[in-house]
Design a protein around this ligand. Structure first.
Ligand code: AN7
Length: 349
């Protein structure tokens, strides 16, 4: 069952809302005991890479596209660091409406670009960063009369609350800490709204501390000023002027959380650790929280024994180039057992 059917009573649906569905949501909350041991906490990863387009964006996109269709939209538009465009293009394809996507030229991971093109979106590479592309998309939406499906669209954040609801259902309670990467700052805001709602409904008895993690080269919520030239290997969160900054600041201060930044090296080390010790391959942006938790542990600032959920926002398959730049190549062998054993022996000893 997709999210609109599953959470019909908690989402703003009417009799006229079309039943858009790619079986999004219901993603696994994966126990990560070997990584958790290193941190001294009970660690879980909400693996959003299992969504149909491979990222958490599908949670909000399904609702945004359904409402756009309900309101008579004939085309969709978004700017994106990659995942929003993949998601928008997928739902537009399924619904049979055209989709325009504006991407920062040369700064979108290969898998995401392949997705947007395969789903049949009209893809435009804009000379400039995401923040510029978003500004242009807003202007074009108005001029062309397209439905804007970036997170400035309130239905996006509403749909993304479902992630918090699922975590509470899986654990039977909210976690102590919720660790999440922050780019345009929509997801952290949506999760906070979702946790508060479940507290009010009596489906959880507490809310977690919201711990937001940014890349050091794109950390406007840590430095408290817009970042004019954001730069990071985690291209998903290469954003200098987050649209939902105000909501995200409120989420962090109301929950007793924090924003912290991590370097690209720390992000990539965390990505390798998560894959090699957790068995989960997540994209670089998704590993900023683990990098941050490792750093807080080093500094003696990670309470021991607590329950921590990290949102692994996108699949590692989205960005094969960054993965391959960190690992070796396969060892070569001929087609005989003898030649195979010469290469396997050093490994098995
Ligand atoms: C994997 O696709 O902004 O703080 O245009 O793709 O809610 O922006 C992506 C963001 C984290 C940050 N992890 O979430 C886009 C886009 C991944 C992401 C974020 C994004 P927000």
């Amino acid at each position: 069952m997709g999210l609109l059917a599953r959470y019909a009573r908690l989402l703003p649906l009417t009799a006229a809302t079309p039943a858009v569905n790619l079986e999004e949501g219901n993603t696994p909350l994966i126990p990560l005991p070997r990584v958790g041991e290193r941190l001294g906490v009970e660690l879980w990863g909400k693996f959003e890479g299992c969504n149909p387009s491979g990222s958490f964006k599908d949670r909000g996109m399904v609702l945004a596209v359904a409402k756009a269709l309900e309101e008579g939209a004939r085309a969709l538009i978004c700017a994106s660091t990659g995942n929003t465009s993949a998601s928008a293009a997928a739902y537009a394809a399924a619904a049979g409406v055209p989709c325009f996507v504006l991407l920062p030229a040369g700064k979108v991971a290969l898998g995401k670009l392949a997705q947007a093109l395969m789903y049949g979106a009209a893809v435009v590479a804009v000379k400039g960063n995401f923040d510029k592309a978003l500004e242009l998309a807003r202007q074009a939406a108005e001029t062309l009369g397209c439905a804007m499906v970036n997170s400035v669209n309130p239905y996006r954040l509403w749909g993304q609350r479902t992630g918090a609801w699922e975590i509470c259902e899986s654990l039977g309670e909210a976690p102590d800490w919720h660790a999440i990467p922050v780019g345009n700052a929509g997801n952290i805001s949506a999760y906070w709204a979702g946790y508060r709602e479940y507290l009010q409904l009596g489906r959880a008895s507490k809310t977690p501390r919201m711990m937001g993690f940014q890349a050091a080269g794109a950390a406007p919520l840590v430095t408290n000023e817009p970042c004019p030239s954001p730069e990071t290997v985690a291209t998903a969160i290469r954003i200098g002027n987050p649209v939902s900054a105000r909501l995200a600041r409120a989420a962090v201060s109301e929950s007793g959380g924090e924003f912290n930044s991590v370097t690209d090296e720390e992000i990539l080390a965390a990505q390798r650790l998560l894959a090699a010790k957790g068995g989960v391959f997540a994209e670089p942006a998704s590993c900023a929280p683990l990098a941050g938790l490792l750093k807080l542990k080093e500094a003696g600032r990670l309470p021991q024994g607590i329950k921590v959920v990290m949102v692994l926002t996108g699949s590692g398959l989205k960005d094969p180039d960054t993965a391959m730049s960190q690992v070796g190549r396969p060892v070569e062998a001929g087609d005989s057992l003898e030649s195979l054993l010469t290469v396997l022996k050093p490994v098995s000893q």
